[in-house]
Design a protein around this ligand. Sequence first.
Ligand SMILES: C[S@@+](CC[C@H](N)C(=O)[O-])C[C@H]1O[C@@H](n2cnc3c(N)ncnc32)[C@H](O)[C@@H]1O
Length: 147
Amino acid sequence: MEFNLKEIEKWAKEFKPLPTKIGFLDNRIEEMRNPEGYVADYYNFFYTLARDLEPKVIVELGSWQGTSAACFSLGSPESLVITIDHHTDPGDTLNKQKTHEACNASPGLMYIQDGLAHSFTKKKRTSTPFLVKVHILLCLIYWTAGK
Ligand SMILES: C[S@@+](CC[C@H](N)C(=O)[O-])C[C@H]1O[C@@H](n2cnc3c(N)ncnc32)[C@H](O)[C@@H]1O
């Protein structure tokens, strides 16, 4: 499917968030609701975008709790989704744990933290040499960008 950033911007403006009907995601999105009732609609948008575009590979820099990565992965289960975070700030123990939970709920999701791949269950149609190449590339990006 052909698309450009302008089109994605237009889709985002017109987007009407609906529950994904995937328990893990809808619960995570609900957890983000603040006391004023604001909920981060961009999670539903990421889910829909991945579902409609079905990219082969999605790379996210900045996992935090792995929620956006899970939205990409569960939106497009055949995609390889890689999420990267240093997770060394105060409070990141919980964020790391939540990212592992997101990986457990999303079989195509790979979490790279501190240069190491974690929590990658299984990816259908993704060969080991391909995964090794992707991993090496991402580790290079990670180490050259600095933590
Ligand atoms: C705004 S949060 C990400 C939110 C997440 N994508 C979501 O939508 O729920 C930014 C994250 O980027 C991570 N981060 C910032 N600089 C980084 C770097 N140089 N390398 C890896 N992760 C980084 C932080 O640790 C933090 O968890």
